[in-house]
Design a protein around this ligand. Structure first.
Ligand SMILES: NC(=O)c1ccc[n+]([C@@H]2O[C@H](COP(=O)([O-])OP(=O)(O)OC[C@H]3O[C@@H](n4cnc5c(N)ncnc54)[C@H](O)[C@@H]3O)[C@@H](O)[C@H]2O)c1
Length: 299
């Protein structure tokens, strides 16, 4: 039988801080396939996440098909805006949420992985994070700082992760990230430079696939997911409208569920996808293929 078997492989999923986003769904799918899963969590969200886990608030969503609970091998603090701790401003480093977590830069995480698991600790790295402080602002009203912050957190972070985690990957490793079709089509309301960040992420996916493929033999792909009401997406302010519009107009007229993004990403990171790199895989119920709306937007 052909199935996704990731037994004996270790994944790092960066961007998990609750059970309501794509990162969690991907972690769960990877665990279903047999991988051990470490996560990287943004320090401002770390304590709440640990607390929810400890109090069993996520037990239902952690339940795997064999009845066991999804267990994270390690939960690391990660702020993907910083390549090294030297780059972090002193006031942030000494602030309440950061002062006790240690080195939460991308390089710091690479060091922790090596210290915990040895020279080649990883098979799979998933970039499931984004941040655009001015996402609610139209591009015309976006400040330079807001724009650069969106690109830094949501696109450059992948470049930095591939360059720092690439050397830690075992043979046939795979990177995946999450993108959105606002990179190539106009989505009014998805502002603050987030559309630009996703365009950069997709372009970088192709170049990183080439450079990291030649250098370390790893694959780099991105999944273009349809709209889904995660915590981050809810910050956009129009996510319910986006979800309803896609459901009304996509070839498959049904709501996207996070596990569909989870299983597609697990496939992309598995040996079954060994011939696929540099690609953008749409997991959006086919919405990207449409050139004409069937119904007026709700509301
Ligand atoms: N939800 C959607 O509609 C949708 C559609 C397409 C693509 N995506 C993409 O999916 C990915 C995951 O987002 P999601 O929608 O599942 O929401 P989410 O809230 O589950 O995930 C975003 C995560 O990014 C983390 N994060 C933010 N800034 C960070 C930083 N500097 N360092 C480390 N972590 C940081 C947050 O703590 C959070 O855990 C993002 O790249 C997002 O753009 C989402």
């Amino acid at each position: 039988m052909l199935n996704i078997d990731l037994t004996g492989r270790r994944a790092l999923v960066a961007g998990v801080a609750d059970d309501g986003g794509f990162g969690f769904a991907i972690a769960k799918a990877l665990a279903e396939a047999g991988a051990s899963v470490c996560v990287g969590t943004w320090p401002p969200a770390l304590n709440i996440f640990l607390n929810l886990l400890e109090r069993g608030k996520m037990d239902e969503s952690r339940r795997l098909s064999d009845g066991s609970l999804l267990n994270f091998e390690k939960i690391y603090p990660l702020d993907a805006v910083f390549d090294t701790m030297d780059a972090m401003p002193e006031d942030l480093r000494t602030s309440k949420r950061y002062k006790d977590v240690g080195d939460c830069s991308i390089e710091g995480l690479a060091g922790r992985l090596v210290a915990d698991f040895g020279e080649l600790p990883l098979d799979i790295v998933v970039h499931a994070l984004a941040n655009g402080p001015e996402v609610k602002k139209p591009l015309l009203e976006t400040s330079r700082n807001g724009y650069l912050a969106a690109i830094s957190a949501s696109a450059y972070s992948l470049v930095s992760m591939v360059s720092r985690f690439g050397p830690l990957m075992r043979p046939h490793g795979a990177f995946a990230s999450l993108t959105y079709m606002a990179s190539e089509r106009v989505i009014p309301g998805y502002g603050g430079g987030m559309s630009s960040a996703k365009a950069a992420l997709e372009s970088d996916t192709r170049l990183l696939a080439y450079e990291a493929g030649r250098k370390w033999g790893v694959r780099v792909n991105t999944v273009s997911a349809g709209p889904f009401a995660s915590r981050a997406a809810s910050a956009i302010g129009i996510i319910e409208r986006m979800v309803a519009y896609v459901q009304a107009n996509a070839p498959l007229g049904e709501e996207l569920v996070a596990s569909e993004v989870g299983t597609a990403t697990a496939f992309l990171c598995s040996p079954l996808a060994s011939g696929i790199t540099g690609t953008t895989l749409y997991v959006d119920k086919g919405f990207h293929t449409m050139g004409m709306a069937l119904e007026a937007p709700p509301g």
